[in-house]
Ligand binder design. Sequence first.
Ligand SMILES: *[C@@H]1O[C@H](CO)[C@@H](O)[C@H](O)[C@H]1NC(C)=O
Ligand SMILES: *[C@@H]1O[C@H](CO)[C@@H](O)[C@H](O)[C@H]1NC(C)=O
Ligand SMILES: *[C@@H]1O[C@H](CO)[C@@H](O)[C@H](O)[C@H]1NC(C)=O
Length: 362
Amino acid sequence: MASSSYFNSFMIFGLALAMTVAPLAEARAFFVFGDSLVDSGNNNYLATTARADAPPYGIDYPTRRPTGRFSNGLNIPDIISEQIGRSQPPLPYLSPVLKGHKLLNGANFASAGIGILNDTGIQFLNIIRMFRQLDYFEEYQRRVSGLIGAQKTSELVNKSLVLITVGGNDFVNNYYLVPFSARSRQFSLPDYVKYLISEYRKLLMRLYELGARQVLVTGTGPLGCVPAEMAMRRTNGGCSEELQRAAALYNPQLVEMIKGLNSEIGENIFIAANTQQMHMDFISDPQAYGFTTSKVACCGQGPNNGLGLCTVLSNLCPDRDHYAFWDPFHPSEKANRIIVQQIMSGSTQYMTPMNLTTFLAN
Ligand SMILES: *[C@@H]1O[C@H](CO)[C@@H](O)[C@H](O)[C@H]1NC(C)=O
Ligand SMILES: *[C@@H]1O[C@H](CO)[C@@H](O)[C@H](O)[C@H]1NC(C)=O
Ligand SMILES: *[C@@H]1O[C@H](CO)[C@@H](O)[C@H](O)[C@H]1NC(C)=O
């Protein structure tokens, strides 16, 4: 007994030593694609106005400084990283720090302002549109192949977790950006939704072709209930019916499309998060989740604190945990935590066909 426990502690000591010497690679690489809800700083490296690189963004981040995340603190990929036991979230792909063996932990390709369609967010000029994010994923794999070889690279991608969050901007920064927008003259809302879903399907197929095998796809939030839309559309405290109609058409069709893809491939490659329902829970009963309000942004100005950008000149709430929305469009860290909790372990009302904990255990 004594000698075996001595042996065990010797082994553990040896292991700990090995871990401090070897470059730490996470158990599973994590890749992130999409828009501002998941951008962790790529836009800081681009000539665009769609960036969160100035205070008070990041006021509750561990460093208390802006990072490019559209949050007071952590965003959804950060919290998922934490929940799946990673030591760090993936770095922005454009970060000069992301090189060498750090690449093996994954990368975040997301870019604020982008949509499923290339013409979404054109006012933000130089942002990384979806097709480009996927091109970068290909480039990433070539770079990693140079480090560890093609076989190990495809295993790394095969075992990785992928998160994709896109679609909201195709409504707020395209179809509904201005009255009589080009897309709204081209398509009725139901036809536009069908077009978006068919284009999204192509993006997901390309992810699959690039080797992704466990992909978490989030729907849009309740687009009409964000403080920005409530303020701009002067809804008198209610949600914008038109944008709610868009989200109500889009989200169920996204789930159906994902079910169809899985059955076509013959495997559950994609899981869908009903982010609309996750948000509606705390929007319809903010107090039950510890919020004082879901109608007023913490940082902003004008009605609902919902107009313009969040800057040092904006009204800023003292306690961000009491607000469901940090700025006119983006949830607070506290709200992001509630959303990730449901992604991790929610019932089939929230997650189709299964939650992330079950997905990753398979
Ligand atoms: C977006 O642009 C790229 C590059 O020009 C093109 O390959 C792709 O088909 C476009 N996507 C859509 C949905 O038009
Ligand atoms: C990739 O993952 C699938 C399971 O989705 C497995 O069947 C396949 O053998 C894996 N391929 C490699 C190269 O690891
Ligand atoms: C979701 O995940 C948990 C594990 O955290 C599991 O016990 C539970 O059964 C799952 N819920 C559903 C309804 O799938």
